[in-house]
Design a protein around this ligand. Structure first.
Ligand SMILES: Nc1ncnc2c1ncn2[C@@H]1O[C@H](COP(=O)(O)OP(=O)(O)O)[C@@H](O)[C@H]1O
Ligand SMILES: [Mg+2]
Length: 269
């Protein structure tokens, strides 16, 4: 063996370590590696699963969730919505009290309805009503039984119009594994909200819902593994990430097929 000497070996090791570090850094997502620090904290204004609102040094605010499984549920739900082109809360990883937490970046121009009547008016005003059919398909797939009218943002745009944005996937897979059967969601918020769509001027748009299913079908085990690779290691450990990836790889396609059949049969109608 050629003796390259201690100094040279150390230099090689350093170079190799740097390469490994670069590779690791390259593998880690911006989301986890450069998670912003929450330095100010405001208590929650509503909701039960959130840990309040956090603010960074530069004034950006996030609605926070801290339980690892809930963080995964939020990230998966928002990522599904983004992949099917549906407006939702923008998911982020933030540093909160020495741990990684989920943050939904607070949207500007969000209306704060204080009564059911005000919510009804806002839903009626929404200019993007096909979102309700699109999110129905996604919610069914992940078994989200909590799609009540407070789990949307009603965002007024500069031109005065309102768009709905989906938020709050805290009760969806993987907080419940396997996800609730579609029929078993009868009587829960997702179904009871669906039941009053006609009164709110929302038409069930099967084409939109089935198009969403076609995209969801393509989001296979590799899609979930790639997503999880970007998320904090402690969420994976506390939330049993590898088992969740195994479930998704084996069961997701079948789940979406069930949702497709359920939608084709008119959902709960
Ligand atoms: N991205 C966001 N932008 C603005 N407001 C938000 C956002 N996310 C949540 N909120 C507000 O915070 C409330 C609670 O959030 P939500 O995710 O529904 O938490 P919980 O699981 O506690 O119900 C929402 O009803 C909404 O008013
Ligand atoms: Mg909520």
């Amino acid at each position: 063996m050629i003796n390259i000497g201690r100094r040279a070996r150390t230099a090689c090791d350093t170079a190799r370590n740097k390469t490994i570090l670069r590779e690791e850094v390259g593998k880690m997502s911006q989301a986890t590696l450069f998670a912003p620090d929450i330095i100010r904290y405001y208590p929650a204004q509503s909701g039960v699963d959130n840990a309040g609102i956090g603010e960074t040094a530069h004034g950006e605010r996030f609605l926070l969730k801290t339980d690892a499984t809930v963080c995964l549920a939020e990230y998966v739900g928002a990522s599904l919505c983004q992949s099917v082109g549906v407006p939702c809360g923008q998911p982020a990883v933030v540093n909160y009290r020495g741990r990684k937490a989920f943050g939904s970046r607070l949207e500007a121009g969000v209306e704060s309805p204080s009564s059911d009547a005000e919510i009804i008016d806002l839903v009626r005003e929404c200019g993007n009503k096909t979102i309700f059919s699109a999110v129905l398909a996604a919610d069914l797939a992940i078994g989200n039984n909590d799609r009540h009218w407070g789990n949307w943002l009603y965002q007024r745009r500069p031109d005065g119009s309102v768009i709905a944005r989906a938020i709050d996937f805290s009760r969806a897979w993987p907080t419940v594994v396997p996800p609730l059967e579609c029929h078993a969601m009868r009587g829960h918020n997702t179904q009871t909200s669906f039941a009053i769509w006609p009164g709110l001027g929302i038409t069930y748009d099967e084409t939109t819902a089935l198009n969403v299913c076609s995209t969801l079908e393509r989001m296979n085990g590799e899609w979930l593994s790639d997503l999880f690779e970007d998320l904090p290691v402690d969420w994976m450990i506390s939330g049993s990430g590898p088992e969740l990836c195994a479930w998704w790889g084996e069961s997701w396609a079948g789940r979406v097929a069930e949702v497709r059949d359920f939608l084709k049969s008119g959902a709960w109608q």
